[in-house]
Design a protein around this ligand. Sequence first.
Ligand code: ADP
Ligand code: ADP
Length: 226
Amino acid sequence: DDVLRVEGLTKIYPDGTLAVDDIDFSIRRGDFCVIIGPSGCGKSTTLHSLVGKIAPTEGAVVLDDEDITGTPTYQRDIGLVFQDFQLFPHLSVEENITYGLERTNVPVDVVDERLENVLEMMQLHELRGRSPKALSAGQKQRVALARSLVLEPKLLLLDEPLGDMDYKLQKRMERELLRIHRELDTTFVYVTHDQTQAMRLADQIVVMNGGKVEHSGPVDEVYDRP
Ligand code: ADP
Ligand code: ADP
């Protein structure tokens, strides 16, 4: 059962750069999928095509059997956690989390219920009134995740979210992500260039190189896991 299919996706930027070259892959529902490859191989271009920040030159993005290639970003049931989190500095933690949800037609009582749930899950209760400026990297990460999760997307994309953290914090956040993934019924798509991280996190892996997909499938078929 695949939640997402990418079919013949190609992106040529206006300056002529062929960033993604006719790639195909699919993502199983509920999996923790990792897209891995060296810098410049086309990971971000692929991710941004999935969320609709980039219009592909050719090919299709199919979510739950529906072609969403031309669907505006905000109408896609896909969440994105940015590398640098992009929290609103002038809003509190709580306001950051509910900002997107309050702009949907979800009723107020459901907004409150989801907010309380996600604060609990991400252990953010004590920080709810704080400004993002007063948070550590790990705390910001949790707010960024909470802000996406509260929208209950079919797919949550994470663009190297642990890139700027020191090793100890990174390991802790990995465990946190795995716990959240288990608790929720959501599919994660996690982009990284770090192979050891991929092996710790992935059920399924998509290996990219030079704008192509080299392998994709269950992690045990791609790497020998220790
Ligand atoms: P990755 O995320 O794996 O580092 P990217 O998708 O960012 O790879 O980039 C793939 C290729 O496309 C690289 O050669 C990069 O320089 C190029 N590229 C990315 N964005 C643009 C852009 N807006 N215009 C032109 N070339 C770009
Ligand atoms: P990432 O590795 O996450 O893709 P980059 O630092 O490569 O981040 O890119 C940051 C921004 O610059 C992106 O918006 C990307 O599209 C753009 N960019 C990257 N490479 C090029 C390029 N060769 N020409 C023009 N824009 C680029």
